[in-house]
Design a protein around this ligand. Sequence first.
Ligand SMILES: [Zn+2]
Length: 223
Amino acid sequence: MTAEQLSKLWAFARGDIAEISFEKWFLGQNDLEAPLGEGLHWSLASADYRDRDVVWKLRKSLAQHLGAHEKCECASIRDLAAIPMGGDGLDERVFATIENVRDHGGDIWWLHLSKCSECGQHWMIAQEERIFDQYFLRRISDKVAEGVLAGTWPDEFITYERVLNIGNTFATPCVFSDAMSGSLIWSAEELRKARPEITVDETARSLGVTSKNANRLLRANGS
Ligand SMILES: [Zn+2]
């Protein structure tokens, strides 16, 4: 199996490539039966890719088959992914090999560049431990990573507001028993500092609180 074939198979297994375009590509490959095994190969070649349950099972079996040969989790992580802190231990498995290379630093405390010591994959990581308790990961090319080392970070996680908005597409914000918790007050302050014209409703959406609460949080910071 070539590196390109492996990369395409993984992209399908983790959900980073559309079903129909994968099917088309797969049917054009004529040397994958041996590496995949007859059963899995037949399933991939004959499946109804419009059936979501079928596709879900295919992705799972393929990931299992490919994962048996991997020494790290990188290939199975989506190009843009959210990994919960704690929980079922996925973060421990992922970060067993992904190591910090560069902190952005300064006001942008959440942002890091990391690299996997097994496969060499670079990841841009936003570590969000106030509102979501998640790591957000973006797979980046070596070229983009070089840019980061030279001081040019991609925009995706560059503001706290962007990170929170990405968080909202993956997960529900933590529910705070204290509506005026420090994490919420600091985060509201951070959002307004970065973008003074942010509205109360936008702040509320980003933090997963009511507009009334967002208003109090912003006022707590002295406006
Ligand atoms: Zn890796």
